[in-house]
Design a binder for this molecule. Sequence first.
Ligand code: C2E
Ligand code: CA
Ligand code: CA
Ligand code: CA
Length: 282
Amino acid sequence: AKSQGRGNFQFFSSDMNAATHERLLLESRLWRALEQEEFELHLQAQVELASGAIIGAEALLRWHHPELGTVGPDRFIPIAEESGLILPLGDWVLRQAVRLLVRWREQGLGHLRLAVNLSARQCHGGGLLPLLDGLLAEMAGHGIAPALLELEITESAAMRDPESSRALLRELRSRGLKVAIDDFGTGYSSLSYLKLFELDRIKIDRGFVKDIESDPNDAVIVAATIALAHTLRLQVIAEGVETAAQRDFLSSKGCDEAQGYLFARPLPVERFEALARGNPTA
Ligand code: C2E
Ligand code: CA
Ligand code: CA
Ligand code: CA
C-alpha cells in the first residue's frame, strides 16, 4: 500500500491519522528533493579539549522544502531509511563531504577532519565500499589522507547485523578511514561490542552529557567510559556539550574532543569555514 500511496493522497480516507498523513506527505516530497537540490549539509565544529582548537566537523543534513520549510533530519531520516531513499541520499552526502575535503585542502583548511553519519541500510547494502573506493581515489588525487574522512555508525545500526558490521568496519579501517561509534551508551550491548568491533573513536551520547552535573550516576558512567576507551586505545568525543561546567568535567576526565552548542551550532558551510579560520563573524 505504501508504494501505491505515493503522490496519490485522494486514495486515503479521513480515518488516516495525522502522523501517517505527515509521513506520506514527507515521503512523497522526499523523493523529489534530491533532484530539486533541496538538501544541504551543515557543519558542526569538533573541538580538541586540551587546546580548544577546531579539529574537524560533523556533517548534518538539512532539507529545505519550498512549502514545508526546513525539515529536521529526525523527521525525514527515518522515512528515507524505510523507503530506501537513504541509499542515494547517503551517497550524495558522502560525495559532498569529499568535495568539502578537496575545497579545504585547496583553501588552507586541509587539516580539518570531516565526520559523516552512515545509516543502517547504507552499512548493510553492499554499495558503500565501491562508492568509497572511488571517493578515496579522488581524495588521493588531491593528496588528502583517508584519515580525514570519518564514518559515524550508531550502536543500533551496528547491532542490527553484528557480523556484517564487524566485516564492514574492518574494511573501512583497512582503507585508512576513521570509524566512530555514535550515540555510545544508548544500546544495551555497548560494552560487548567494544570487543567485537574495530574502532577509532567512541562518541558519548548527549543523553549522558546532559546530566553530568546533576546526576552522579551519569558522571560516573562518563568518567568510566572515557577511562575504558583509553585503555582500549580508543579516542573519545562527547556530543551535546552545552555548558562550560560540562566541558570542564569532560576535560578533567581526559575526554579528547567535544562537540556541542557551547562551541558552535551546526552552521552553513561558509560560516563554519570562517569559524575554523578564527573569523567567526565573516
Ligand atoms: P546525531 O548524529 O546524534 O547528531 C547530533 C545531533 O545533535 C544533531 O541534530 C545536532 O544538531 C544536535 N546537537 C549538536 N550539539 C548539540 C547540543 O549541544 N545540544 C543539543 N540539544 N543538540 C545538539 P540534527 O542535526 O537534528 O540531527 C539529528 C540526527 O539525524 C543525527 O543525530 C543523525 O542521527 C541524523 N542525521 C543527520 N544527518 C545525517 C546524515 O547525513 N545521514 C544519516 N544517516 N543521518 C543523519
Ligand atoms: Ca552523528
Ligand atoms: Ca550522536
Ligand atoms: Ca545522540
